[in-house]
Design a protein around this ligand. Sequence first.
Ligand SMILES: Nc1ncnc2c1ncn2[C@@H]1O[C@H](COP(=O)(O)OP(=O)(O)OP(=O)(O)O)[C@@H](O)[C@H]1O
Ligand SMILES: [Mg+2]
Length: 362
Amino acid sequence: MSTIASRDTVGVSIRGASKFYGSFRALDTINLDVAPGEFVSILGPSGSGKTTLLGILGGFVQPTSGSILLGERDITFEPPHTRDIGIVFQNYALFPHMNVAENVTFPLRARRMPKSEWPGRLASALDMVELGGFGERKIHELSGGQRQRVALARAMIFEPRLILMDEPLSALDKQLRESMQIELKHLHRKLAATMIYVTHDQREALTMSDRVAVMNKGQLVQVDTPERLHDHPADSFVAGFIGEATLLPVRRVDDRSVELDGMRLISARPVQGDTDLLLAVHSEKLTIVDAAPGMTNVLCGVVTETLYQGESIRIFLELDRGARLSLRVPSNHQGRSQLKAPGERIAVAIHPDDTIVVPHVR
Ligand SMILES: Nc1ncnc2c1ncn2[C@@H]1O[C@H](COP(=O)(O)OP(=O)(O)OP(=O)(O)O)[C@@H](O)[C@H]1O
Ligand SMILES: [Mg+2]
């Protein structure tokens, strides 16, 4: 990787970008500033507009309104090949009639880089994605995961200052995906390039990113650090999309507490809004306690099911007035010793810091 040196990196700004397909609004007034060298993920369900947003950055989709700045430069109307942006497409987009080496060096050819530089760059790009020695292979002789890695090598070989990736790891199996996630993070550090990474996998977004931009129906709902998104979701869409949360209707008591199932829950943060509020309970944030009279932030209910899931055990609980939620205990000795059989009563505590109340969006 030593031949791919870092250099001045640039940020990117999306200013009020909208995209209509006929009367359908695929993107609605997107504003996003990505700092030089930052790793930002675009996270959202299928059809939320992630690929369209990436297309606008890459120059493959013309925004209906708004503008795109790469550093100081307005690139809204520039064609893709002059933008100095490396792209890994959702569907690889490799050239089937070329071998691996020809695919990976394609951007060098397109940019007329001196031929003497090609072998060194090719070798380090292929090493980077663990495909050293695969240069002569035909594309149809590769697995899906290997094709994806060829696409990664091709996007990075010319040291772009901005790299866009559209679900680059979705075709890989879990183990390879997780090792590639770490690999990509290392690459990001090494290349010092700005990265915008599309995924619909919230875990992947949280693992890899400096910040995550959550999209829903063509709109950016919240742009924040992984910790903030997880612990301070802006609304019920984000709360339901990030982590493993149960959303339960609650009644506001005052600006620091709500009522659920007849119990008062104190929140460490102000309760925003008056009506249509949901409590987002993350399953890892509940702890089984011995209930005592006068305790606050404790819910009581009956175990309906326990599921052994390897590293943890998920327990489903029905509260006295019918609300259902789940919690996780580690599958170690201590966790197992807390397990109760279905039908037995337990009490669970939720810390005020973890009492997250969000407005219900539909
Ligand atoms: N060329 C097009 N013409 C008409 N509608 C389009 C076009 N491209 C995308 N759309 C629509 O715009 C919306 C956003 O599509 P987009 O591909 O950006 O979603 P996505 O978030 O990338 O989804 P996925 O996770 O499934 O890849 C979808 O409803 C899609 O049907
Ligand atoms: Mg897409």
